[in-house]
Design a protein. Structure first.
Length: 128
């Protein structure tokens, strides 16, 4: 099953101000509602997901999902200036296979959607 999950928000700030939020991820991650990813060597773990940081042109933060094997995907943030502010976008793109398809669709995607909306809320609050 192909995965293409996108969340975005128009923020009332310049791209530089939005980019600066990524210098301190605690400002963005909604730790009161959701657990933060935990370091595991050079990787990050959040539940069943193990993320490897990668460089991605134009992205202040990008990861490849390296676990579980049945879910190969990339996720990243993009920051784009727009009339009236800056669009902050988060994308997950990849593939869930086999027994992981219903796990993604029924359990992880709804939780991920809630995480991302909370992250975008925090970004908006930080820039207010």
């Amino acid at each position: 099953m192909k995965v293409d999950n996108v969340h975005e928000r128009l923020l009332p700030a310049a791209p530089e101000a939005v980019t600066a939020l990524f210098a301190d991820l605690d400002r963005l991650w909604p730790t009161l509602a959701f657990p933060a990813p935990e370091p595991e060597g050079d990787l990050l773990r959040l539940g069943a997901m193990l993320w490897q940081p990668v460089e991605r042109a134009g992205s202040p933060l990008a990861y490849e999902i390296v676990e579980p094997e049945e879910f190969r995907a990339s996720h990243w943030f993009e920051i784009n200036g727009s009339e009236g502010g800056t669009v902050l976008r988060h994308t997950v793109r990849g593939e869930a296979v086999g027994a992981f398809e219903p796990v993604w669709r029924d359990r992880i995607e709804p939780l991920h959607d809630a995480y991302m909306e909370a992250v975008l809320d925090r970004a908006q609050e930080a820039l207010a």
